[in-house]
Design a binder for this molecule. Structure first.
Ligand SMILES: N[C@@H](CCC(=O)N[C@@H](CS)C(=O)NCC(=O)O)C(=O)O
Length: 211
């Protein structure tokens, strides 16, 4: 059986969990905290990051985008990566932007965990600008349709919902829903989906002295 190393707040692991649920692929979920020093994820991924998928041959697959491609190749039904080149391009583009928002947000989150005197305000501002600019682009790319790309549920929808819910979890003061109403409407429409309900992000305690 496939095994997924995951963490409860992780938007990247969530994308993979949603893909596995949507395709009804049985898998063992192993929940870790990648930030804790004893998590020892390097055994599976030299980058020390989750998600990591371990397949039946004990091969380790990491980086959520690559995991999604691997799953799509091996479990094509239902398709979650469009096959039409233009649609695939748009879906991948949306995924890259949504993931980038999460990466910038992680940097803000950890910078803010430092004592005030050690925080770099320009660094935080730089990351927040990436988040705002990217949300602005997503706001344009997401029309008023139910799905981000064409008429089918895809990785683009999964990536946007994962990023948006992660913003709500980690950056409450940002109030993205007031600023980006297309994204907000889209996320509300999608929120009834069982795979999203089952994978709503929740915080994990991070040990002191981790960063
Ligand atoms: N590009 C990677 C990002 C994965 C990532 O940043 N994971 C975080 C958790 S949300 C992590 O494990 N961080 C631990 C670390 O950087 O040491 C992906 O898409 O899988």
């Amino acid at each position: 059986m496939l095994k997924l190393l995951s963490a409860t707040p992780s938007p990247f692991a969530r994308k993979v969990r949603v893909v596995l649920l949507e395709k009804e692929i049985p898998f063992e979920l192993v929940t870790l905290n990648p930030w804790n020093l004893n998590a020892d994820i390097e055994r599976f991924n030299p980058l020390g990051k989750i998600p990591v998928l371990i397949n039946e041959n004990k091969e380790t697959i990491y980086d959520s985008n690559f995991i999604v491609e691997w799953i799509e190749l091996n479990y094509p039904t239902p398709p979650l990566l469009p096959t039409d080149p233009k649609a695939k391009f748009k879906a991948q583009q949306i995924q890259v932007i949504a993931d980038g928002i999460c990466e910038a947000l992680i940097l803000v989150f950890f910078e803010k965990m430092r004592p005030d005197a050690h925080q770099s305000k320009p660094w935080i501002e730089r990351q927040i600008k990436k988040i705002s600019n990217s949300l602005q682009v997503l706001e344009q790319l997401i029309s008023n349709d139910v799905f981000c790309v064409g008429n089918a549920f895809s990785i683009a929808d999964i990536a946007v919902v994962s990023a948006a819910d992660y913003l709500s979890l980690r950056f409450k003061t940002y109030e993205w829903r007031n600023k980006f109403t297309n994204i907000s409407r889209f996320v509300t429409i999608q929120s009834d989906r069982q795979s999203f309900i089952e994978t709503m992000p929740t915080p994990q305690a991070i040990e002191k002295n981790t960063i």
